[in-house]
Each structure stands twice: as C-alpha cells, then as structure tokens.
Design a protein around this ligand. Sequence first.
Ligand code: HEC
Ligand code: HEC
Length: 267
Amino acid sequence: MVAFNLSARRRRACRTRPRPPVRWHSDRAVIPKRYLLFLASALLVPAAAAAPVFEDTMAQRVLACSACHGKEGRAGPDGYYPRIAGKPAGYLYNQLLNFRDGRRRYGLMARLLDPLSDQYLHDIARHFAALDLPYPAPRPAAVAPAVLQRGEVLARHGDAAAQLPPCTQCHGEHLTGVAPNTPGLLGLPRDYLNAQLGAWRAGERRAHAPDCMAQIARRLSAPDVTAVTAWLAAQPVPADARPAATLPKPPSIACGSAALPAGGARR
Ligand code: HEC
Ligand code: HEC
C-alpha cells in the first residue's frame, strides 16, 4: 500500500533523482494528497472493495496518474512529468516494467507499480496508447540558428564520423515513433529530452539489452545533445501524430526493447 507522507517522500525522491543538465522545477508541482488516496483506492484495491459510487473503468482507475502526468496523461506543466497519452503501447508497457524492475528510477512510481501484475500494466499501457489528444504548440527555440541546423542534421542524417545514426532511423521518418515499442520524439519539452539523454549517459536510465539508446546518448557530445534537443523541441507535431507501423529497414544498432513483442512479459 502507498504511504501518504508525500512531502518527505518527494524530497527523498528529488535527492536520488539523476542530476539533469537543466534546472528542475518540480518543487512547484505539489501533488494533492487526495489524488494519491484516490490512486490507492482506485488502482491498487480490487474493484469489489471500492466505494459503491465508483465507476470501475480504466479511465477512472488511472485518474491519479494525471496528478503528475497532466489531464489524461497530456504531460505536467513544468517539463518534468512526461506526456504518456498516445505513445506506442509496447513502449509504455516497457517503461512501466522498467520503473517496476529498476531500469528506470523514480521511487514513487516504482512503489505504485510494484504490486501490479504484468497483465494489468499492459492494460494501463494500452489505455494511454489509445488516447489521441492534441499536442501543445512548440515553444520557439532559444538557441542560435547554427545550433538548430546542427540539431536537424543529427536528427535527419546523423553523423557518420561520430558513429551516430540519424534519430529518424529508429524513431520514424516523421519522428512520431514506430509501433509497437519505439516512442516519438516530437511534442516533448526540451527539459525532458535533455534529462532522458543525460540519464542514459549516466547509466540512470536503462532499456532492455542491448540498450541502443545508451550507446547513442554516450556518442552524442554535450553540444550535440543541446543541438538535437533544441531542434526536436521546436518542431510542431504533425497532424497525424500516430507512430509509424514499421521501419523501412532494420536499424544499424540493435535495440533490445524494439525487438520485444508488444505485450511480451519479458523482464
Ligand atoms: C508522483 C508523480 C507520478 C505519478 C503519480 C505517476 N507518475 Fe509516471 N512518471 C513520473 C515521472 C517524474 C516520470 C519521469 C521520470 C524520469 O524522468 O525517468 C514518469 C514517467 C512515466 C512513464 C515513462 C514515460 C516515457 O515517455 O518514457 C510512464 C509510462 C508513466 N510514468 C506512467 C505512469 C502511470 C500509468 C501512472 C499511474 C499508475 C503514473 N505514471 C503515475 C511521475 C509520476
Ligand atoms: C538504433 C535505434 C535508435 C536510434 C538511432 C535512436 N533511438 Fe532513441 N530510442 C530508441 C528506442 C528503441 C527507444 C525506447 C527505449 C526504451 O524502451 O526505453 C528510444 C527512446 C528515446 C528517448 C526516450 C523518449 C521518452 O519518451 O522518454 C529519447 C529522448 C530518444 N530516444 C532520443 C533519441 C535521439 C535524440 C536520437 C538521435 C540522436 C535517437 N534517439 C536515435 C531507438 C533509437
């Protein structure tokens, strides 16, 4: 069960969080205690024990996720709590396994997910993946045009000398992701992108082995991280934001997570 000493817990979580290359704003986002109480009753307690007024749908059960992840999982206001709505189902499922099994670290989520079965995590992932909600307009990039240009080159063409394949090779030509397991890279705040690449470089975020993103993040120089995240975050999300069905050709670096069957219960 979840304990409710939230502020102490959040302070602890903040201390153990990977140091991002940017400033956190998370202190501003206070999570109302009632959401976690709701989560405890809605998500973790069997439906039979719930209050009689409770409408037992998945949308109701995951309402508390939106305390952090924004309305219907559209992302929190501060660039730290990521969007989960509309991301590929296999990708979301893999992330829930990653938090539960320790490949990604966020204590509060790990504790929430720990008691849930693989099947239930898969159902939660499918629920969020099926949401088709609009994205906010991108913010203008606050970097020099040459930096943006370098970011676009990396994203679309890569850098052979640095052994960097283009991001489009795996994230899809339109960077909206590839079903079932590879996420899109557009519509995400720059702080979040920086934090994830930083976490991979530091070994704080891991994916199923072989972890292609760990290799890519380590091959990106610090200025290249700046360039590619600035460019990605400044792109509008295309009208059809759905992940591509397949990749035109297999990636040049193997990705363990991409190869997993959607819904496979491998750890
Ligand atoms: C207390 C706040 C909080 C709650 C409640 C919470 N999350 Fe999270 N979640 C986070 C944070 C913070 C991250 C990003 C951590 C990181 O940077 O690695 C995250 C990341 C994720 C990711 C990975 C997203 C991605 O694009 O890689 C998924 C999926 C996710 N959460 C699903 C859920 C679900 C489903 C619930 C409800 C059962 C939930 N979360 C409840 C804070 C929360
Ligand atoms: C060889 C394939 C491959 C290439 C090339 C690649 N990626 Fe990835 N990327 C993946 C896979 C697979 C995942 C999902 C990993 C997981 O399950 O955690 C991922 C996940 C990510 C995420 C996490 C997104 C989220 O919502 O948390 C970011 C950020 C990212 N990649 C950035 C990049 C950037 C920037 C580039 C280009 C410089 C790039 N990737 C190139 C395969 C690739």
